[in-house]
Write a protein that binds this ligand. Structure first.
Ligand code: SAH
Length: 384
């Protein structure tokens, strides 16, 4: 991994697939192959809201509605070049080409499952470093898993991103662009998708940028994703959970719980020492009350560590009375270490205990384990 990010934006380089562990057919089909992204020193317009674009065009001496047109081309139609914006005068398009760009991320790696249902894309960010985004599909739904930071400071013991340590916060524009790029992967005729902030990083530590990005993604004049299709997943930063609720933001909340006692949780997630369960649960209750949305608890199943029936019983007590859903995630291996995924029988026994006792339970076998795209496996490993 590159530990000394460049301070100046990287020189333009041709797109290449750093990771050869993909079907060659997949590479040939790569939608982003032609567009390397990258405004290359020019100012980036992707990630600006329509009112911001209108202001900018006004300042440029253009009619403000040109800003609205550019916003529509990018957000509603997915335009990646000013030349395709055919209702703009040619002279304006030429000027935009000179001074502005659409997007800053450059695709540097791609791994796909043979059925192409899961695709992990590594994007180089300005200043250096790779962040990963994951496209996941089932016949009925498409989900984009986005990163909020390059690296993560929270050091959850079971998570590969946590081993990278703190990296930089992504900007709102860089977060929006991940969704913009993955939208280009949808099959023809499909336009609905979900967004989960479950990639690299802790979204609520990069609060402003994440909220700005999700606000633009959900804005009808932006990418128009309904807030109920957007989920923020957090290690449990209680004050920021309260802040989300008090700001009236109605994105869905998922909390990485993973243990039902402070002793157990602190061992797995050091953040629990800062925000122990009682404080965390209070914040979550506040969020549920303010937003009227149920909360999702993520619970990794780790053999012999948190997967006994006694653990399940403690979990039931902890979340009693809360409108919630529990997502059980069998541990995805991230290299040598003390953690193991429990047997299917133990997983089923845990789920069976919960089912009649909590409002909803799912066992989420993550997609893309074989390409390192599953929960906890993102670490920009293709970085050189
Ligand atoms: N920082 C946020 C966003 C990351 S979301 C958060 O912690 O919620 C990624 C989800 O995958 C989290 O629930 C995380 O705890 C879980 N996860 C991390 N490592 C994992 C692993 N090895 N196996 C399964 N799930 C894992």
């Amino acid at each position: 991994m590159n530990r000394s990010p460049r301070l100046t934006p990287p020189r333009p380089e041709p797109y290449h697939v750093a990771d050869m562990n993909v079907k060659s057919e997949t590479v040939a089909n790569a939608k982003n192959a032609a567009s390397s992204g990258g405004s290359e020193g020019r100012e980036n317009l992707l990630g600006r809201s329509v009112p911001e674009l209108e202001k900018l065009f006004h300042a440029l001496g253009e009619k403000p509605y040109r800003g609205k047109q550019v916003g529509e081309w990018m957000y509603a139609r997915g335009a990646t070049a000013f030349d395709s914006m055919t209702n703009l005068p040619a002279a304006l398009r030429a000027k935009l080409n000179e001074e502005f760009g659409i997007g800053v991320l450059r695709e540097r790696s791609r791994r796909e499952t043979p059925d192409r249902k899961t695709r992990k894309v590594g994007y180089e960010i300005p200043g250096g470093g790779i962040v990963e985004s994951v496209y996941m599909s089932t016949p009925s739904r498409h989900t984009f898993c986005l990163s909020s930071q390059h690296g993560c400071a929270f050091a959850c013991r079971f998570c590969a991103t946590g081993r990278m340590g703190r990296g930089r916060n992504l900007t709102a524009a860089e977060i929006v662009e991940q969704a913009f790029r993955l939208r280009g992967e949808l099959p023809p005729g499909r336009s609905e998708y979900n967004i989960v902030m479950m990639g690299m990083g802790e979204p609520l530590e990069n609060y402003e940028a994440v909220v700005d990005a999700l606000t633009l993604l959900s804005d009808p004049s932006g990418m128009a994703v309904p807030p109920k299709r957007i989920t923020i997943s957090t290690v449990g930063l209680a004050p920021q959970i309260v802040r989300l609720a008090d700001q009236g933001l109605r994105f869905r909340l998922a909390v990485s719980l993973h243990a039902a006692t402070d002793a157990q949780r602190s061992k797995l997630m050091p953040v629990n020492q800062r925000f122990p369960l009682e404080q965390l649960l209070r914040a979550i209750r506040h969020h549920v009350e303010r937003t009227g949305r149920r909360v999702t608890f993520e619970y990794i199943l780790l053999e012999e560590l948190n997967d006994s029936v006694a653990d399940a019983a403690r979990l039931v007590r902890l979340v009693a009375q809360l409108p919630c859903k529990i997502n059980l995630i069998p541990y995805n291996p991230i290299g040598p270490g003390k953690f193991k995924r429990p047997s299917p029988e133990r997983i089923e026994r845990f789920a069976e205990y919960l089912r009649p006792r909590v409002p909803a339970v799912t066992v989420r076998y993550s997609q893309g384990v074989e390409i390192g795209a599953a929960c906890g496996q993102l670490a920009g490993e293709t970085e050189t």
